[in-house]
Design a protein around this ligand. Structure first.
Ligand code: 8X3
Length: 248
């Protein structure tokens, strides 16, 4: 059985993943900002879910909390960098700088803070796995995707570069890139409007958080000699729009 750190554990993919991992007998150190949501999950899942309330975008606070966590749990097997968000669908020329800052802080800086804190321990024990949540938005450009897609492209390429640095160790790095997925707050947060978000998923058989959790646990439980570098998932209902041409 493994000890897994899951960021963004209080809802969406993170909560689905925590449920799946605990049901398989693993221990989950569940990180999120919202203590009340973490506590509810801890009540549901029992002692193999350890709630840790922290804002990973705050580097000094993250370092302090993670130093304490690694002292209590020196053998962390898996870090699942799930926390992330999109804000807005405005074109770049109309976008809000605050939203860009928040996406960079959450999707890039917070991920780096925790990766930097946990990676040396994994190398020292010559065992470990970092699984990062990317997105199809990191591979395929679309209008309004601008900084969100770029942060996910960063995540993908960081994973490949980590693998280069980890050559010669047994530490694995994987990126999971989902497309359209219902059953989370992702679009409500992005659009700031629950009804508009619900309309996006109407009459579409989208991916579910359980699909993502199943994929992540499959990657994590793969034999130690096998590394999934990158895996992209879409619902069958989602496809490619083709390249747009603006006509005068
Ligand atoms: C989520 C996929 O298509 O909403 O990362 O950008 S999409």
């Amino acid at each position: 059985m493994k000890t897994a750190v899951v960021t963004g554990a209080s809802s969406g993919f993170g909560a689905a993943l925590a449920r799946k991992l605990v049901s398989e007998g693993h221990t989950v150190l569940g990180l999120a900002r919202r203590q009340d949501k973490l506590d509810a999950l801890a009540t549901e899942l029992g002692e193999r879910f350890v709630p840790v309330s922290v804002d990973l975008t705050d580097r000094a606070r993250a370092e302090a909390v993670l130093a304490d966590l690694t002292a209590r749990y020196p053998h962390i097997d898996v870090l699942i960098n799930n926390a992330g968000l999109a804000l807005g669908v405005d074109k770049a020329q109309d976008a809000k700088m605050d939203q860009w800052d928040t996406m960079v802080a959450t999707n890039i800086s917070a991920l780096l803070h925790i990766t930097h804190a946990l990676l040396p321990g994994m190398v020292k024990q010559n065992k470990g796995h970092i699984i990062n949540l990317g997105s199809t938005a990191g591979e395929y450009a679309y209008a309004g995707g601008n900084v969100y897609g770029a942060t996910k492209a960063f995540v993908h390429h960081l994973g490949l570069n980590l693998r280069a640095d980890l050559s010669g160790t047994a530490v694995r790095v994987s990126t999971v890139a989902p497309g359209l997925c219902s059953g989370t707050d992702f679009s409500a947060v992005r659009l700031g409007d629950k009804d508009k978000a619900a309309a996006l998923y109407q009459n579409v058989d989208a991916l579910t958080p359980e699909d993502i959790a199943n994929t992540i646990t499959w990657i994590m439980n793969a034999p130690a000699h096998m590394n999934v570098n990158y895996i992209e998932l879409m619902p069958v209902a989602q496809s490619f729009a083709g390249l747009s041409v603006h006509r005068q």
